[in-house]
Design a binder for this molecule. Structure first.
Ligand code: NAD
Length: 263
């Protein structure tokens, strides 16, 4: 299937590794030039080199913290100065700190909102006007299965991501007639460095191999395995494509059947 992504420009936030990196890589494989961003320059440059070498596409690497407004301004300015436009925006960030309601102070809530909700709003605010001018755009937010089934020890993530879904659904309706789609994707357990790190920490605490922790995670998933970042990236590339022009306002999980709700 030709996704019609040749020579589109995609900006993927939080993309030196993990789900963001896989999304940027897959979009570049499909013919996009990509803008990638993360806080640390070294890992970002390494990822940019890898994507260039594997795909032959242009990759602009801009160090930025997506929870900081001035960094977002610098990032979007650099993207437009280099490529003239951004057609596809993939919103992503790290996860806020775990914990329950009574663990959190005011500043924890505000930091989580800045990281996961305001980063999405601010990047969208800056890149939507160009999409509207050209009558074509794709906005895809990486959220979590927690937007369908909140996770007990992740109250900050549950709360901020629910805001992303509500914002996206409302915006999708507003811009649908202008050739712009807005969708959310919800990863379940995907084997990124973050999930590997969680498994390694538990493995150390429990004095057993990390692989046995990952196998245990898999037992709770109907597919009986954790996902690969490339599997979420394939969904993102499809939603970014010309073929997905009639899909908007959706929230789609990629989770091996983990979510138990009907919708
Ligand atoms: P990861 O730690 O492997 O990668 C995160 C990327 O984001 C890195 O490139 C990091 O440098 C960058 N980053 C983090 N904070 C940033 C910031 N403030 N500004 C700019 N860049 C930043 O994580 P991942 O597993 O790819 O997860 C990505 C997102 O998806 C997270 O919000 C995570 O909570 C969520 N998620 C992941 C899974 C999973 O199974 N991997 C499941 C559900 C939700």
């Amino acid at each position: 299937m030709d996704l019609g992504l040749q020579n589109k420009i995609a900006l993927v936030a939080a993309s030196s590794r993990g789900l963001g990196k896989a999304a940027a890589w897959t979009l570049a494989q499909e013919g996009c030039d990509v803008v990638i961003t993360a806080r640390g320059q070294e890992a970002l440059d390494r990822t940019a080199d890898e994507i260039r070498a594997a795909t032959g596409r242009q990759v602009l690497a801009v160090p930025a913290d997506v929870s900081v407004l001035t960094d977002i301004e610098r990032l979007t300015d650099a993207a437009i100065a280099t490529f003239g436009q951004v057609d596809i925006l993939v919103n992503n960030a790290g996860g806020p700190r775990p914990g329950v309601f009574t663990d959190m102070e005011d500043e924890d809530w505000l930091a989580a909102i800045d990281l996961n909700l305001m980063s999405t709003i601010r990047l969208t605010e800056r890149l939507l006007p160009g999409m509207r001018q050209r009558g074509w755009g794709r906005i895809i937010n990486i959220t979590s299965v927690s937007v369908k089934q909140p996770l007990p020890n992740l109250i900050l993530s549950n709360t901020a991501r629910a805001g992303v879904v509500a914002m996206a659904k409302t915006l999708a309706g507003q811009v649908a007639a202008e050739g712009i789609t807005v969708n959310n994707v919800c990863p379940g357990y995907m084997l990124t460095d973050r999930v590997r790190g969680i498994a390694e920490t538990r493995a150390d605490q429990e004095d057993r191999p990390a692989q046995s922790i990952i196998e245990e995670m898999a037992q709770g998933i109907p597919a009986r395995r954790v996902g690969q970042p490339e599997e979420l990236a394939a969904l993102i590339a499809f939603l970014a494509s010309q073929r997905a022009a009639y899909i908007t306002g959706t929230t789609i999980q990629c989770d091996g059947g983990l979510v138990k709700s009907l919708l």
